[in-house]
Design a protein around this ligand. Structure first.
Ligand SMILES: Cc1cc2nc3c(=O)[nH]c(=O)nc-3n(C[C@H](O)[C@H](O)[C@H](O)COP(=O)(O)OP(=O)(O)OC[C@H]3O[C@@H](n4cnc5c(N)ncnc54)[C@H](O)[C@@H]3O)c2cc1C
Length: 404
């Protein structure tokens, strides 16, 4: 009988320390500059590649961690350093997750390393699902993939929006509809390798936060890829479509399980930002004097900090639970992956706002990082499923009812 423990083992603790040092020594000092520049921080990604953080091997190792904790540890530490830069480093992982979830092992080994390149030649990956008229409602995708049997070629047409690394990535994973009548169950994922004609960047967005992470439209115009770029292969797709036409439910349930398994990583990112803001505000509250004493000696400030720390620790526990459930293949009977992302995202927004309040005017100006952390935190109630969509998933799971 194994003992219950929340203590990190030596391997996890070592990786955490290594990433923390990188976050503190390399990312933190660069964070303000890249937020202001609103550009992909190539030199920092190169640094991450040189030390082995930006590499497929490192991420692959995290994917197969039996405890499931490596992924949340990576995400929390890097986002403690800076969420915008962290998303530039971690954005390629989204594409890898798309390949991992739908591709064959051979496709994973062929395409995933191309999402990273090498320290000498950095490459990026992008995962393209969202469209102007299909964000939360992913069943409504308009991007079409049409197969030509004679040439074994797929032709993709459509517009993707809000895509992290969109248009600057070397490899795009594109989710498209192959049978619009089947809605979500008539979709498939395709790899669009670098250099393929017919794919280009549209508008690049200017954002409120995570501004060091590139977000843009991706436009597909008669973009042709060979049959081998269909993730999972044609036979598996045909079988899945046949099952969907018969009304069998298994494929959409499989997709839901994949989302539940990846959401804790996003929750961990939010925990990292919240922790950064809490630590900064705590230190400030101990140093700042008002009315002849440190402001932390007022219950109004000290209790705020107590609530911030409690919420952050609770968020991390939800994240670790869901990550462990994903790694050990426990069924997400109550939407536990969504719970972790929902609570961590809302916590990050609330904690960073409290941190600004604790710092008064000093929290509101750009020479201190807490206003940036607050701007960065807001995305965690929006992307990878909004807070409302997380509540929908949890509500459906716990009630068993089809809540619209
Ligand atoms: C910076 C950034 C990076 C992103 N990166 C990527 C990426 O790499 N790849 C990718 O594919 N996408 C990406 N996205 C897209 C992101 O996942 C979507 O923005 C998100 O899913 C919400 O979709 P939407 O913006 O269309 O909002 P909508 O779906 O239009 O939602 C608007 C509002 O209505 C609410 N709402 C909608 N339906 C319901 C309902 N049934 N019940 C209750 N409330 C509801 C929502 O919660 C939200 O508050 C990114 C977005 C941003 C901003």
């Amino acid at each position: 009988m194994s003992e219950f423990s929340l203590e990190l083992d030596d391997d996890h603790a070592q990786v955490q320390k290594w990433l923390h040092d990188f976050a503190e020594g390399v990312m933190r000092p660069a964070a303000h500059e890249w937020d202001e520049r609103e550009e992909t921080p190539w030199p920092i990604i190169e640094e991450a590649a040189k030390v082995g953080i930006y590499s497929f091997d490192f991420i692959a190792n995290a994917f197969v961690d039996p405890a499931g904790l490596l992924m949340p540890i990576i995400n929390e530490e890097l986002c403690w350093g800076d969420a915008g830069i962290a998303l530039s480093i971690l954005g390629s992982t989204l594409a890898v997750a798309g390949i991992f979830a739908n591709g064959t092992p051979e496709q994973l080994m062929e395409w995933a390393p191309q999402c990273y390149g090498s320290p000498e030649k950095i490459q990026l990956g992008a995962f393209c699902v969202s469209e102007p008229d299909a964000g939360s409602d992913v069943s409504n995708l308009r991007t079409r993939a049409v197969y030509d049997e004679a040439t074994d070629t797929w032709t993709l047409n459509g517009t993707k929006t809000w895509i992290t690394n969109g248009g600057i990535a070397n490899l795009h994973v594109v989710v498209a509809s192959v049978d619009p009548e089947l809605r979500a169950r008539g979709q498939a994922s395709f790899v669009v390798p670098g250099g393929t004609p017919g794919i280009r960047q549209g508008q690049k967005f200017q954002k409120m936060g995570i501004r060091a992470s590139h977000t843009a439209e991706v436009i597909l115009e008669d973009c042709k890829v060979p049959g081998s770029c269909l993730l999972g292969g044609k036979q598996k797709l045909d079988e899945r479509l046949a099952r969907a036409r018969e009304g069998t439910r298994s494929s959409s349930q499989a997709a839901m399980a994949t989302f539940e398994a990846t959401r804790p990583s996003v929750g961990a990112q939010a925990v990292g930002i919240a922790r950064a803001a809490y630590e900064y505000a705590l230190q400030y509250a101990k140093e700042r004097q008002a009315f002849g004493r440190a402001i932390v000696e007022n219950q109004g400030i000290a209790f705020k900090l107590a609530d911030m720390k409690t919420a952050i620790d609770a968020a991390r526990l939800l994240v670790w639970r869901a990550a462990w459930m994903g790694a050990t293949k426990k069924p997400f009977v109550a939407g536990e992956g969504s719970m972790s992302k929902l609570f961590a995202g809302e916590t990050a927004v609330w904690v960073t706002e409290q941190a600004i309040q604790i710092m008064g005017g000093y929290g509101y100006v750009r020479e201190n990082p807490v206003e940036r952390w607050h701007r960065d935190s807001k995305i965690y109630t929006i992307f990878e499923g909004t807070s409302e969509i997380q509540r929908l998933v949890i509500a459906r799971a716990i009630s068993g009812h089809r809540i619209p």
